[in-house]
Design a protein. Structure first.
Length: 194
């Protein structure tokens, strides 16, 4: 699916909200505010987005965090942010009945149904990028990030997909990420073993 066909540049606010929350959980509120000010992102302090937001705002946050605290720490924060985003989706966005149905199904059909549903709203996290997935014994999820960013952004998707798969498809599944820079994009691939 080409997310740009639906909405060229808007993504959900949880990408930013949960990244700030993950920072606060990791280093505390005071240090998070100091860090955000240092990297020119102080406008988020007490002013987190509540509506769909331009993807450039999230990618700017990722890029400045990556430059300030390093790729490894940024990836860890973003993975936690993705997990928190998945928790939000389970709590607020994914209907309870749908969750119950998925948990009753074998892993393969549950994965197929879950990611079919996700694909209908993929633009809310892929922005101008592309989202695809395969099914079968070892499915592959791919997010192509078009907007300039850093490879650590792939950890946000890893956290989200891993948490959703563990909660709704198979608690024992393993997800192996490969983040590959390509011409003016990042190819984030997640191989699922169930």
């Amino acid at each position: 699916m080409n997310a740009s066909a639906t909405s060229p540049s808007k993504i959900g606010p949880n990408s930013i909200i949960q990244t700030v929350n993950a920072l606060e959980a990791s280093i505390g509120k005071e240090e998070t505010e100091a860090l955000l000010n240092r990297i020119g992102q102080g406008h988020f302090i007490g002013n987190l987005p509540t509506d769909m937001t331009d993807e450039s705002i999230f990618h700017s946050l990722v890029t400045t965090l990556d430059a300030e605290i390093g790729a490894g720490k940024t990836a860890s924060i973003l993975e936690e942010s993705g997990q928190r985003t998945a928790e939000y989706l389970l709590r607020v966005r994914i209907p309870g009945l749908f969750q119950k149905i998925l948990k009753l199904l074998p892993a393969g059909p549950a994965f197929s149904l879950l990611f079919f549903a996700i694909s209908k709203n993929a633009w809310t996290f892929a922005g101008s990028g592309e989202f695809t997935y395969t099914t079968g014994k070892n499915p592959v999820i791919t997010v192509k990030v078009i907007h300039p960013s850093r490879p650590s952004v792939g950890s946000f998707f890893l956290g989200t997909f891993t948490h959703l798969i563990h909660e709704l498809v198979n608690t024992q599944a393993t997800i192996t990420p490969t983040i590959q820079p390509a011409a003016s994009s990042l190819i984030c691939t997640y191989r699922v073993t169930m």
